[in-house]
Design a protein around this ligand. Structure first.
Ligand SMILES: [Zn+2]
Length: 244
């Protein structure tokens, strides 16, 4: 049975997965330049809070849309989303988001990712971390400090959301205006690492795979079936070598 994955867990995991297997036995990085970060943020705009490049849907009832005007790093252009203060036409990439990353955001997100991956490596202990960066992991105390510093870029306040016909929900909202992209990602990573989802985190050790994944059932060993197949083939060859 497939367990649901929260928005925070999805964001934290997807940030870590921007370091991935390149299909040729090496490791690729989706965030080597601002173009790569722009593409990644646009692809995740439905998971991010509005001022960090996401949609307006996460706004709590009663929160004034003009609070989002200070989102200087993000140019929102959701098609038809006049209420959110869209000031530019849709950019035609099919996602309707005008987010463009800059060099400073790239540096900050890459530093945050290094911290997140170091803490993922800690979370999967006593299992081995992803081989992609196992030899160059940031020390855990430094990773915790950097994650907390990134989160503090946007102070948040708890907000109660209690719509008619549903239970009350606690949300964390930026205390002043808009959410910084790196802070929004750090908030998601902290929520994930402090949640029960952390216990489902594993590194896949199929040949060539470098992915972290969340186990969807107790006996799951590989991130996806194709990795299980490769691992079985490799084991078969190992056994065959041992007996000849
Ligand atoms: Zn895998």
């Amino acid at each position: 049975m497939r367990e649901p994955i929260s928005r925070d867990s999805r964001l934290a995991l997807d940030l870590a997965l921007t370091i991935r297997h390149d299909g040729h036995g090496g490791v690729a990085d989706d965030l080597t330049d601002a173009v790569g970060l722009t593409r990644w943020v646009r692809a995740h705009h439905d998971l991010l809070p509005p001022a960090a490049g996401g949609r307006a849907d996460h706004r709590a009832p009663g929160q004034r849309a003009d609070h989002e005007d200070s989102a200087v790093v993000v140019r929102r252009a959701d098609r038809g989303d006049a209420a959110a203060g869209a000031t530019q036409p849709a950019d035609g990439d099919g996602r309707g988001v005008g987010f463009v990353a800059d060099a400073a955001q790239l540096t900050a997100v890459r530093e945050l990712r290094a911290a997140v991956r170091a803490l993922f490596a800690r979370a999967v202990r006593p299992g081995e971390p992803s081989p992609a960066d196992a030899a160059r992991l940031m020390p855990v105390p430094e990773a915790v400090r950097r994650l907390n510093e990134a989160a503090a870029r946007t102070p948040t306040v708890p907000v109660l959301d209690w719509p008619e016909g549903a239970g009350p929900v606690l949300r964390q909202q930026p205390a002043h205006g808009s959410a910084d992209l790196t802070a929004a990602l750090a908030h998601a990573a902290i929520a994930f690492l402090a949640s029960p989802d952390r216990d489902r985190l594993r590194a896949c050790h199929a040949p060539r795979c470098v992915r972290y994944f969340l186990k969807e059932h107790p006996r799951q060993e590989w991130c996806k079936p194709s990795c299980g197949n490769r691992a079985r083939v490799a084991r078969h060859h190992e056994r065959h070598k041992a007996t000849t």
